[in-house]
Design a binder for this molecule. Structure first.
Ligand SMILES: Cc1cc2nc3c(=O)[nH]c(=O)nc-3n(C[C@H](O)[C@H](O)[C@H](O)COP(=O)(O)OP(=O)(O)OC[C@H]3O[C@@H](n4cnc5c(N)ncnc54)[C@H](O)[C@@H]3O)c2cc1C
Ligand code: SF4
Ligand code: SF4
Length: 949
């Protein structure tokens, strides 16, 4: 409930920003308020901003009321800098524009561009961004800039500070500066002369103090994100240069970054990777000063515990499992313009460390797929390591930097410190080429003694890093609240005063993310610690990193997987404590729509989760628990009478189709809207891509053939046929049968086909018992018809294939034999292409990989298949799960609409054909693209003629 100044802010903004983007309910303020760090503050008001004008408005209104605001990009920050108990200003979905400049040498980006996407845009120019945090697949460019995040290859040379070419900023007074625009600079000189004068004066003051200037230069020879980027004051004279470089690492405390231009760095075409295994961490660290003089792009250190946490991941070498107890590894990359150059690099590197004892001889791999696996494992190392922590404990990640010459000793000292404080379950890894070490501790904050242990450990750590090695306490994760108490300790009084002056110049009212970077409270790092209550085994290992959010179809309409987990945890905590039944009831009520009903249960979140959490599985469990007796009885009835229900569905679809033909699109749409209004949320919403009933399957006697395939048409394909203006008169089943015959196959159908279903339709709604029953029935029939696995089995939709494959996998050795289950992409690519004459079409086409195809690792194969059929294939980069979710698109069309909001713009005007492999997803895709999406089977049939018969 908003009160006081927050209510006034809301009232001031509600006529300027749509109300649905002004959020203050308990569930979403908690969910959106959470970032990846181990602190918890819950905002009073969350504002999703979509334009620079809105940002300026929010800033001005908050300033008038003296209300603190905190900006939020992807929320993967680890040091408590992206949270607030006041106003959280989140980037909406409109900040993703970019422009490649100067033939790929520069890129201009809006703040919401995800780092990895920028690299995809730059790939055709053989360029990439300099900064490369392990979180690059999720982190947005504004967050990367505001944290001065870097990573494995960037070091200090290619970090965002050193690759910065321009910026557009909204300041605390609402004024805007675009350093790429002369006129904007001119205007700023007039309006904000005072700020510019103060910046110049501060810079001159530092330059006039050689000791301080030298100290600053020294500290930035290392990676350092403790405090503000004071090097900007020493390295630049132009006030605009100073300002934009001060913004780097300012963690949203100096202004809002609304555009950023970066110089890019070359992405060399030839790369080699080696996982070097050393006798111990000291030896591994000794290689680092040597590698600094070698053509080494990255050298990532991993101690024994780190290696143990990932030894079972795909792509990791077997020998990891048998290493000695003290061993350590360096994951090393080298690259070159030419192959000869690469081989030369490899020779140099191997011979440079000849004298260091190793566990295994050093070898480099050049296969990009195998190398990517190693790097992906390394990127997911931190969360993977967290998987083994005690449920209910918090994971703390630290990020320190030592001079590389001292790295070996420092690593040993660090290990001794863990022993002293009895932190035995820790891992050490990091970007050792730059002297950057990370470690994680598993910490219980529910106990005062434990909090004190952490506090004392931190004191000793600060002494070790600052006094003994003159290193930095935050190398790349930003100061946040976590290191704020130690900024003065690390930098000294004089430099700290400079930082306070900077804050005063940019934000005299102290409304931009106050308490972050500079904080007078010496115990702020021990306050507002995030509870991690045990909630459900499916999600207990979640570390709230946020890596799953990017894939989630509901992230822009309701909440994302991490937010589902956070709010579910809070519900579990309240249930257990019994302290606040009123709040619990509210959260539970809201969770029904935000958490449960709008989850597509597609499981795409698991694809990018480093600890393999499928939030959709949690939601399915909840649906199962929530299903009432009547619902279960109905599900039993449907499961036991599939043929009747598919026939009825066909009849209903044909009736609706008839009315569509007679009444036309407009009237049908209006009627559907009225009905939905009357009957409520769960009433299916008609749209013009609703199909008519499918053709019946005529099983006629076929010629005997050596080539046999079992065809299982899903219940969806058996009931849903073509739509108006489909471009074909035949249902998918008819086309599939035609195509298989054309390729010379004899088709076998399971007995009693009309009663069969893979079970997915039931289990996705939480009817596990009925789902299992249908899967088992199908299993028995497929065993029989495939002659116990002798013949391959083709499912015509990917989701059913995936579901059934999972059912088989869960049989866990109890399977009677191995069945070869395939879906259209796989089957056509592997079995049909060589049996057909294909005439490639000139027209461009677009394809959509379903979530199931993605989880089965098929997107590349799908693209290759499509490329064998059309000369131009478009795969929209920013379109993931379509959000149709079986039949949820009918009852919750907003999910599909939001998931596909970028689809239309991603498809060029000359492309009029779309293909996928799921009939229901195709309805949603058609609705939001205007193209009539069909199964890829149609296209193969259209482009092919028989080769053998
Ligand atoms: C598993 C894991 C691995 C990580 N690995 C690395 C790593 O290798 N290297 C590394 O450096 N970091 C790493 N991080 C930390 C984090 O991912 C990075 O710091 C990242 O850059 C944060 O980006 P974000 O989009 O999530 O920003 P957020 O967390 O949303 O915000 C970051 C900061 O920027 C501010 N901010 C957001 N938008 C704006 C804006 N438009 N204008 C001004 N300020 C703004 C916020 O207030 C906040 O202070 C990792 C995090 C996780 C969870
Ligand atoms: S579910 Fe996985 S990816 Fe998502 S926040 Fe939790 S740990 Fe991170
Ligand atoms: S299952 Fe899909 S909709 Fe549900 S949380 Fe995961 S990605 Fe989001």
């Amino acid at each position: 409930m908003l009160t006081g100044k927050y209510l006034r802010l809301y009232n001031n903004l509600k006529t300027l920003i749509p109300k649905e983007r002004l959020i203050y309910d308990e569930l979403r303020t908690l969910a959106f308020g959470t970032d990846a760090g181990f602190y918890r503050l819950i905002p009073q008001l969350v504002i999703k901003v979509e334009t620079e004008d809105e940002v300026a408005l929010v800033i001005q209104n908050a300033a008038e009321l003296n209300l603190p605001i905190t900006f939020r990009a992807a929320g993967t920050s680890l040091s408590g800098q992206a949270i607030t108990d006041s106003v959280l200003v989140m980037l909406g979905s409109n900040w993703r524009d970019y422009k490649i400049l100067d033939d790929g040498n520069k890129i201009l980006m809006q703040p919401g561009v995800i780092g990895a996407y920028a690299n995809t845009y730059l790939a055709i120019y053989n360029k990439k961004l300099g900064p490369d945090p392990a979180s690059i697949n999720s982190a947005m460019i504004a967050g990367i800039a505001a944290n001065n995040a870097s990573g494995m290859t960037s070091g200090t040379k290619n970090n965002i500070y050193n690759t910065l070419a321009g910026m557009k900023i909204v300041f605390a007074d609402g004024s805007v500066l675009n350093t790429n625009d002369e006129r904007s600079q001119e205007a700023f000189r007039k309006i904000n002369k005072n700020l510019l004068d103060k910046v110049i004066a501060l810079s001159q003051k530092v330059k006039a103090n050689p000791n301080l200037a030298e100290r600053i230069k020294h500290k930035y020879r290392m990676k350092n994100t403790t405090g503000y980027s004071l090097n900007a004051l020493v390295e630049f004279d132009d006030p605009f240069d100073i300002i934009i470089h001060l913004m780097i690492g300012s963690e949203g405390t100096l202004g809002f970054i609304s555009e950023i231009t970066l110089n890019t760095v070359p992405e060399l075409p030839n790369k080699a990777t080696s996982l070097m295994l050393f006798k111990d961490i000291e030896t591994a660290c000794k290689a680092i000063p040597i590698f600094q003089k070698m053509p080494v792009d990255a050298a990532e250190i991993m101690d024994r515990a780190a290696l143990r946490s990932v030894e079972n991941k795909p792509g990791m070498p077997e020998e990891l499992k048998t290493l000695n107890e003290n061993a350590a590894a360096l994951l090393v990359e080298t690259s070159s313009e030419t192959l000869d150059g690469l081989n030369h690099n490899i020779e140099l590197i191997i011979s440079s460390i000849e004298q260091l004892p190793k566990e295994h001889p050093v070898k480099f791999i050049t296969d990009p797929i195998a190398a990517k696996k190693l790097w992906d494992v390394r990127k997911g190392l931190f969360p993977s390591a967290c998987k083994s922590r005690e449920p209910g404990t918090t994971v703390i990640i630290e990020d320190i930097n030592f001079p590389v010459e001292a790295l070996a000793n420092a690593a040993l000292d660090l290990q001794a410190l863990f022993k002293k404080y009895n932190y035995l379950e820790n891992i050490i890894w990091g970007h050792s080429l730059a002297g950057n070490l990370h470690f994680v501790l598993s910490q219980d904050f529910s106990d005062e003694r434990e909090v004190k242990r952490y506090k004392d450990f931190m004191e000793d750590l600060a002494i070790l890093v600052v006094e003994k090695y003159d290193g930095s306490l935050k190398a790349e994760h930003g100061t946040g609240r976590n290191m704020a108490p130690y900024v003065k300790y690390e930098w000294g009084e004089e430099a700290y005063e400079l930082m306070k002056e900077i804050k005063q110049i940019f934000d005299p009212q102290n409304i931009l993310n106050p308490g972050v970077i500079l904080n007078d409270d010496s115990t702020i790092h021990l306050k507002n610690l995030k509870p991690m209550p045990i909630a459900h085994p499916i999600i207990d290992q979640c570390i709230e990193c946020g890596f799953c959010e990017v894939n989630c179809p509901s992230k822009n309409v309701t909440i994302a997987p991490r937010q589902r987990i956070v709010s579910y945890r809070e519900i579990a905590r309240l249930k257990r404590s019994g302290n606040d039944p009123y709040k619990l009831k509210h959260l539970q009520n809201d969770y029904q729509y935000y958490g449960n009903e709008t989850c597509a249960v597609d499981g795409l979140c698991a694809v990018s989760c480093p600890v393999d959490i499928n939030t959709g599985s949690l939601i399915k469990e909840l649906r199962n628990t929530n299903n009432r007796k009547t619902a279960n009885t109905i599900a039993d009835l449907v499961a036991g009478n599939m043929s009747f229900f598919t026939a009825s569905a066909k009849y209903a679809l044909n009736t609706v189709h008839f009315f569509h033909k007679v009444l036309g699109d407009r009237i049908m749409t209006s009627v559907a809207r009225v009905k939905k209004k009357i009957f409520g949320q769960n009433f299916p919403m008609w749209n013009k891509y609703m199909p008519k009933g499918a053709d019946g399957i005529k099983i006629v006697k076929q010629k005997e053939s050596q080539l046999k395939v079992v065809y299982f048409p899903s219940c969806i394909s058996r009931s849903m046929g073509i739509t108006k203006d489909y471009g074909s008169d035949d249902s998918l089943t008819t086309v599939t049968i035609r195509l298989l015959k054309k390729a010379g196959y004899q088709i076998l159908f399971p007995d009693n086909l009309n009663e069969l279903c893979c079970g997915m339709a039931f289990s996705s709604k939480g009817f596990f018992k009925q789902g299992d029953k249908k899967s088992t029935e199908l299993y028995e029939k497929l065993l029989e018809v495939s002659n116990h696995g002798k013949y391959p089995i083709l499912f015509d939709t990917s989701p059913c294939t995936y579901h059934f494959k999972n059912y088989l996998a869960a049989l866990n050795g109890k399977a009677k034999c191995i069945l070869i289950i395939t879906e259209p992409i796989d089957f056509i690519y592997d079995n049909l292409l060589d049996k057909l004459d294909i005439k490639k079409m000139k027209e461009p086409i677009t394809i959509h990989s379903t979530c199931s195809s993605t989880k089965m690792g098929l997107p590349n194969k799908f693209k290759q298949l499509a490329e064998s059929l059309s000369e131009k294939v478009i795969v929209p980069l920013e379109v993931g799960c379509c959000g149709w979710a079986g039949d949820r698109g009918f009852s919750h069309p907003e999910l599909n609409e939001s998931a596909l909001e970028n689809l239309k713009d991603s498809i060029p005007d000359d492309c009029t054909k779309g293909y996928s492999t799921s009939r229901t997803c195709e309805i949603g895709l058609s609705l939001h693209s205007g193209l009539n999406y069909k199964s890829i089977i149609y296209l193969v049939d259209e482009c092919s003629t028989a080769k053998y018969i």
